[in-house]
Design a protein around this ligand. Sequence first.
Ligand code: FES
Length: 287
Amino acid sequence: MWEYTDKVRDHFFNPRNVGEIEDADGTGEVGSLACGDALKLTFKLDENGRIKDAMFKTFGCASAIATSSVLTEIIKGMTIEEASKVTNKEIADYLGGLPEQKMHCSVMGREALEAAIENYRTGGRKKHELEGRVVCTCFGVTEKEIERVIRENNLTTVEQVTNYCKAGGGCGGCKGEIEKIIERVQGEKTKEKAMAAPAKGQKLTNIQKIQLIQQTINEQIRPALRADGGDIELIDVDGNRVIVALRGMCAQCALANVTMKDLVEAKLREFVGDTFYVEQAKDSTGE
Ligand code: FES
């Protein structure tokens, strides 16, 4: 049984704006019955270009109904420009959150809204089409969609990607490729942030240094360790000495020293600074 917030329950038991606007200005249809979730969103604009009415029809679970219902409420009164900036996170936040395994419903809502806006902007000529290469054939999810949910929701594991867009949740044949996409996108994100950080040679404050180390651990090191049943914890930073504790399978692994040198230290040197070195915490006994 899923843990739902009161708002999710409210929108599920009393869905707002169910149906379809006959002479809609924008129509977006995403998902498919074969994949278990489908949503049709229609909206109508007033004379000032604001969304005066929005309606939905959906096939799916309680979360799909609640997210579709709340989405129609969120966008009413918005301009097209404002509506185009609504994210899946905002939809979920508006409901007080969704179970992690149901986040794909909020993504479906955002996709339907984008499809409806595109349909409006092209004068009704364009219908939603999959863009880019399909990575998950079980659920028809493209590389572009996977990249986007990773980037926007800071996802670091295949399981999270499955929760957000279903990719990987069928035969599992695409999981290896999803892992590679996560690595690539997180690598790009870390580099972007590092570039936004003080320039090389400019001294990092202690807080900036610790944040960058933690971020590198979260995005570059932890996913690789978790894939092998392990984990890592940042214990302390003393000058250029980074003290960490390996957890889970990694704590007992005979190759722990190699992991520390070739993965942990190498990534910290790549993303934080080439003078950093790592040590394992003395009381690090694992779990
Ligand atoms: S191809 Fe992605 S789960 Fe089957």
